[in-house]
Ligand binder design. Sequence first.
Ligand SMILES: Nc1ncnc2c1ncn2[C@@H]1O[C@H](COP(=O)(O)OP(=O)(O)OP(=O)(O)O)[C@@H](O)[C@H]1O
Ligand SMILES: [Mg+2]
Length: 610
Amino acid sequence: MTDAPPEPTDAERITALVAEVGLLQRRLDAVKEIGTALGSTLNLDRVLGLIIEKICLLMDAERAAVFLLDEARGELWTRIAGIEDVVRLGIGEGLAGWVAKTGQRLNVKDAYKDARFTGELDRRTGFRTTSLLCQPIRNPRRKIIGVVQVLNKRAGYFTLDDEALLTAIAGHAAVTIESNKLYLDVVHRNMQLEEARDALQRRVDEIDLLYRVEQEMNRAVGLETFLGFLLRHVLATLPSELAVLALSQGNRLRTYTLVEDKRSDAGAVEPTVTDITPGGLLGTTVATGVSRVTSDFRAEPLEAELVPLLASAPSSALVVPLELNGERLGALLLCNRRSPTFDAAEELKVLTLLAGRAEAAVVLHRDREELLKAERLAAIGRALSGVVHDLKNPMTVIGGYSQLMVEAEEKTLRQRYADGVKKQLLTLKSMSQEVLSFARGDSSLLLRKVFVSDFLRELEESLRPEFEGGPALELIPAYGGAVRMDTGKMTRVALNLARNAREALDAARPSRGDPGKFVLRADHDAGRQEVIFTFQDDGPGIPETIRDHLFDPFVTSGKRDGTGLGLAIVKKIVEEHRGTVEVDSTPGSGTTFRIRLPAEAPATRPPAAP
Ligand SMILES: Nc1ncnc2c1ncn2[C@@H]1O[C@H](COP(=O)(O)OP(=O)(O)OP(=O)(O)O)[C@@H](O)[C@H]1O
Ligand SMILES: [Mg+2]
């Protein structure tokens, strides 16, 4: 029988209580400290390092480790001092693996006596495990996300208090590990979003560029103007020393070259057009239809004519072919890129997009030319009956002279008749020349001598149906002589002015009651040798707001479907005839357009016998 231990004195009890309270306080502080420390960093390695350090300190243990669950691989992993690589452990393998598998806590006094212990890590690190406390880490949804393990309590074994403490720490760790995962996830997603946004921005920029190029294509008057615009855009988008657009012309290349202009923000001046011999990079690209990026100019030299355009030796080039439906049209080349970030694939793509617009422009231009040619031929066809009619006049005169010549005995008289014939032959020659020059496209007008009275009569036939049931229409051929004009185009002028007047009168009709009147007059200004066409209506007058730029394109007012091109066309056609157009308009009392065209010399009549 052993003696019962002596009852502690009050003083001893108080000292023990104070010590216990002190220990509890320290543990509480430590748990709080871990909580704060864990909340202050999102670097997972540092988080785990902190947990391990605090656990060892608090539990008076030699080592601690946190294993995390890698769900994809079905393994636990951790970093252990002394082992370079990440340590991996199958679920169910060893003591930590068992805890991860079962979700139960494990508190063993001597690991080597436990059959589940493998000792593998001890062998690798040279450490010797004795006591061990191991606890699953569960996230707030109670799912196991790892295992925390403490080894070798310095004094005795791990107690119930230690178990409670480790549970608290594991709870903290779980929250931190989860938020760390979430954070990384957010960072990753943000990065993906940023990338997506950048890619989108690039697409938007490309579309914007294409849109502007497309707009310009519709606006540009000629192919050269458009190609100049395109080259400026190429240089602005992909800054380089030289941009070249080459179009195949038989066995030559017509090149439009634009050199970067460092002095101006606009990027460059006008392109230079030169024909060169293919045989270098451009020629190969046109021949093969393959785009490329190169910096080896020994293997693929630049066309000799292009080299002098560069201030420095060629160092890099991007080149893409232009082709449409298998037809090789040419190539677009950029030389000596300025950009430090040289993403060749992306840049080739942008260049290919721009080349696509050049292809479209070339084809559009070709189509337009063909259309113009067809229109011109149709106009010649329409005008030919008129021309044949006009030819009759000098022919009759020539016939008359010839007859007279046969009968004339006097030499001087015959000479006079011969001169008359010569003059008529010149007229015939100039008439046929005009038809030819229009057919060739040298002149935009098919000028013919037209009698004003005939012109008005034909106009009346076109206008009558338009004014049926509307304003009164009156045509006054006060001058019946001749004028040289393109009847097709001058008919368009008259129809535009008549239509505007009718529309203005129709719009005013409900308030004024009567349909109003439109008068077309032709007069002769003998002093200035001009024919004057006057188009007069008694309508509401031109709105004040547009009066100053009435003849500009797209100026329209008060019409639902007005494009504002009518008067711009009128002005262009009149000016092509070397004529003038002016307007006189008073609000409420009407509008008068006056067109002046150079008059033809009085018509030649066949000579009468002397
Ligand atoms: N005789 C007129 N009386 C009153 N306003 C007129 C007259 N002629 C033209 N205008 C005004 O001038 C504007 C420009 O005329 P214009 O013919 O250029 O274009 P539009 O008639 O509006 O369109 P469209 O291209 O179809 O001809 C008209 O919208 C109209 O407001
Ligand atoms: Mg109009």
